[in-house]
Design a protein around this ligand. Sequence first.
Ligand code: NAD
Length: 484
Amino acid sequence: MSVPIMKNYINDEWVQSNSKVFGDVFNPAKGEKIAEVAFGTNQDVNTAVQAAKAAFPEWRETPALTRARYLFRLKEAFEENFEDIARTLTSEQGKIIDEARGEVRRMIENVEHATGITTLGCGYSFEDIATKIDCVGYRQPIGVFAAIVPFNFPAMVPWWFLPYALVTGNTYVVKPSEQVPMTQTKIFEIIEEVGFPKGVINMVHGSRDVVNALLDHKDIEGISFVGATPTAKYIYERCGATGKRCQALGGAKNVVGVMPDAFLSETISNAVASFYGCSGQRCLAGSILAPVGDIADEVVKQFLNAAKKIKVGNGLDENTGMGPVAGKVHQERILDYIEKGIAEGAKLILDGRNCKVEGYPDGYYVGPTIFDNVTPDMAIATDEIFGPVVSIIRCKDLDEVINLINTRDFANATSIYTQNGSVVREFKYRVKPSMVGINIGIAAPMSFFPFGGSGNSFFGDIKGHGQEIFHFFTDTKVVIERWF
Ligand code: NAD
């Protein structure tokens, strides 16, 4: 059966890469090939960067409000195509359609926030810094930026950066994940309809070669990266070596604590969504459940009951509670971790292996899985599994929970469930991860707050979106003036 081949979008045109290497794109619910993507080349990257570079002088001079108006039009076009984007996303990534809709909503919120450029992009000035001398700090765009993004949020993640880069007057190249290239392709079809000036936004599909070509390109000023920690570290080091600005968001191993005074029914339903939403493939997903003290048995019992009720299936079916994982290799990796947990001596109380979904025998399914009696040094408690596998580590008190959190190699997000204000204060003050939920299992900062962790979950200083991102995409030029 013939399938569409994803093309690059360069200089306002759809172009086929000259690459001889192609990747297959699968619908993970069915295990069926639905597209091919060419793994772009140095030449593709160079053509895109040159287009973006050529577009920069005119785009830079375009008044900020005019640039923002392109985003207003884009927002409207995204709203009109909302369902279409969400369905494409589910078809290639697997997450349930409601989660896909949520992702598209978050993508649009970044476009909305970026339109605040005329307030958020202001510089500052000071009269009389010395006698008859004034000083002005102008926020100037820098040139061509690029985003390199992961498979789990194919619509939203590039838009944590792109609208801010554009609205501040820079031009852009996006490199989607080669596993899920169709969603951004759909989004770029909408960009084409809206009609940005030629070369302002470009997209090159591909894998490592495209990434390396972007990292080495002398005309790229900065890179925004989201993906696994080893890749994030590599990107950050390489940007350092080539003198580029860099923000590199990495992996996670998030701990969710439940104190003895937590409201259990709300806690359990909320925590279950944290651990199993997007089949555990969220950088904010809970991975370790840490019930404290006497409440532990009850938490485990209720969590287990709720997890057993999740209906696994095709994400396009509105009744599905959890979709497949995104790929076959990924599925095998998760299953390996379940074997590892068993070998390490943890107690498997819910087994998601051999998860069968009627009508979809070839889909990449892993059912909700729970290990009890996990210890902090086991691989299932240290490594990012990125799947629907929960490790329960019972803790005696808050100190033990905080210690568990702060001894993970990652520090992306964490949550605590309690009704005690002083516990909350202690928790948020001492934990290392920088996205913290209080009675909230997915502490996802909205577009007007920064998104990113600390430790090995983040390399750089300015995170995704929020107010700070306007600084990532601008240089503050300071002019000190005296007139005789
Ligand atoms: P990944 O690191 O494998 O891939 C991310 C991007 O980097 C892709 O575009 C890929 O083509 C490229 N890439 C991969 N390996 C490379 C290499 N060796 N050299 C050059 N480029 C390379 O990540 P993934 O598997 O697509 O995504 C899952 C990971 O992303 C998880 O670790 C998850 O926690 C993380 N993530 C983090 C956040 C966050 O906000 N911190 C958000 C979403 C996902």
